[in-house]
Design a protein around this ligand. Structure first.
Ligand code: 5RP
Length: 234
């Protein structure tokens, strides 16, 4: 692991530390993204050494990786409830509220994290912010009428405590991006979110919005990795 860049080292050490929380027999929610991919690989090594877990992936990408490394993959409905979910984040603040969905998996991520006794976030130190919002907030929207939904979202943002109000449809090359659930993602360029709880509630009331990437009161612990190998807990 000595050839890793500082940012990858930070992600790796956070993931490795978080993997220590996982005990024999646990049901584990497996996050999505580059940091969560390290976690899945670390758990795969432990499984090869005899750890017995059942993993519920939060995306098709994670499911594929988890199977590759030998983790027993089951659905959330088979698991019903999980001991812990370990996932990355795009931003976290001092109250452990998060922006997630940079990787487009926010819907399954939120469902799985909510169905867990504990959510542990793994992140490099650059993800820590004073106030959420510099990272564009992803929201998952139904393809039907998405342009109308976009307009409704922009109108809803007027009067809320945010600094920017532009929205963009996430693209995959020339075509709109599709999530695993067959939906689109709108990225909201808000710059600063003054009241994340209020914004989350208001966004989810708009018809056409399936879910937003604000995780409020869901995360219990953040494991922060640093490029020099240090790890801190929040
Ligand atoms: C995917 C996510 C990811 O956890 C988030 O984007 C962080 O990704 P990375 O670990 O690659 O920085 O929310 O939907």
């Amino acid at each position: 692991m000595s050839d890793l860049s500082p940012i990858d080292k930070a992600k790796f050490v956070a993931a490795k530390q978080a993997a220590e929380y996982v005990e024999d027999g646990m049901g584990v929610g497996l996050g999505t993204g580059s940091t969560a991919a390290w976690l899945v690989k670390c758990l795969g090594e432990k499984v090869a050494e005899g750890l017995k877990i059942r993993g519920v992936p939060t995306s098709s990408r994670t499911a594929e990786l988890a199977r590759e490394v030998g983790i027993d993959v089951i659905s959330l409905d088979e698991a019903k409830w999980l001991d812990v979910t370990i996932d990355g984040a795009d931003e976290f603040d001092g109250n452990l509220n998060l922006i997630k969905g940079g990787g487009g998996a926010l819907l399954q991520e939120k469902i799985v994290a909510t169905a867990s006794d504990q959510m542990i976030v793994i992140a490099d130190a650059s993800k820590q912010v004073e106030t959420l919002g510099a990272f564009p907030l992803p929201i998952e929207v139904i393809p039907f009428g998405w342009q109308t939904t976009k307009t409704l979202v922009e109108e809803t943002l007027v009067g809320l405590d945010v600094l920017g109000r532009s929205t963009s449809l996430r693209m995959n090359g020339e075509a709109p991006y599709y999530t695993d659930e067959g939906n689109h993602i709108l990225d909201l360029h808000l710059n600063r979110i003054g009241n994340a709880r209020q914004l989350s509630l208001v966004l989810n009331q708009i018809p056409g919005v399936v879910e937003n990437g604000l995780f409020i009161d869901i995360c219990d612990v953040v494991v922060i990795g640093h490029g020099d190998g240090r790890v801190e807990l929040r």
